[in-house]
Design a protein around this ligand. Structure first.
Ligand SMILES: [Zn+2]
Length: 262
């Protein structure tokens, strides 16, 4: 079975269409009909991204992620990240619908060179929220551009989950995007398929369950995806990292699973 692979830049126009607002100006892809079919007309959308939980990593650990795997068994597609397969570049692609040469954000402290979902939601009279750990793309980029900054310090993905739910309960932003940063950090340190990664995998599945069930009960359509995958760095490699992401080395690092629920 060979299913279509969608560009990650199709997510921003899809979220815009669900919300009934115009797509950011530099988004070039059409919305993804498969997602629209289920989410169209939702008043609010949440995008949840466990960092580096790409296709290869999820496939390796799927039995240890019963909640996320259950979502994928119902609704599933594969997205391709933009180059380079780095976190800030792909979160910027998620909110603008553009590639790096257009959105211009190659690290989390730079400025976007084009419009984002934060802008078009604001223009339509709604608010947005961006949530993540301080020092990460979530805290340094998403929280900086959103109307409601959800910056968690010290870094703690459980606190990121609670911050997301609290902002949704208290402010009901129409668009909220959340980065769970711990998977990427742990995979870099131990390798994404190493036995030592099982703890963060189980923790992340529990966090995805809490956030998805909470957000759905608050009336959100929720899209769960990742920014890129990771591969194990060979034991003989002198790198201090045991996991890395670069699709020029391992092409599958660009593929991420996407599921959605309402
Ligand atoms: Zn990384």
């Amino acid at each position: 079975m060979s299913a279509a692979i969608y560009p990650i830049t199709a997510i921003a126009p899809t979220v815009a269409e669900v919300l009934g607002v115009r797509a950011p100006r530099c988004a070039v892809e059409p919305p993804i009909e498969k997602i629209l079919g289920d989410l169209r007309g939702a008043d609010r959308v949440a995008v949840l991204a466990p960092d580096a939980l790409g296709l290869t990593v999820w496939q390796h650990w799927r039995r240890e992620m019963p909640f996320l795997t259950g979502l994928h068994e119902r609704r599933h597609l594969v997205l391709r990240s933009v180059r380079p397969t780095m976190t800030p570049v792909n979160f910027a692609a998620l909110v603008t619908g553009a590639e790096l040469e257009t959105h211009g954000l190659s690290n989390k402290d730079e400025e976007l060179q084009c419009e984002s979902l934060f802008d078009v939601v604001r223009e339509a009279g709604g608010t947005s929220a961006g949530v993540g750990n301080a020092g990460y793309t979530g805290g340094r980029f998403l929280a900086r551009y959103a109307d409601l900054p959800g910056r968690v310090e010290p870094p703690d993905d459980d606190a990121v989950v609670e911050m997301t739910l609290r902002l949704a309960r208290e402010h009901t932003p129409r668009f909220i995007i959340t980065q769970l940063g711990e998977p990427d950090t742990t995979f870099h340190r131990v390798g994404p398929t190493a036995p030592e990664a099982e703890g963060v995998i189980r923790d992340t599945d529990r966090r995805v369950r809490r956030i998805v069930t909470g957000m759905v009960s608050l009336g959100y359509g929720v899209v769960v995806l990742a920014d890129h995958s990771q591969h194990d760095v060979p034991a003989e490699d002198p790198s201090e990292y045991r996991g890395w992401h670069d699709d020029l080395i391992v092409p599958e690092d660009a593929l991420v699973p996407c599921t959605w629920v309402r």
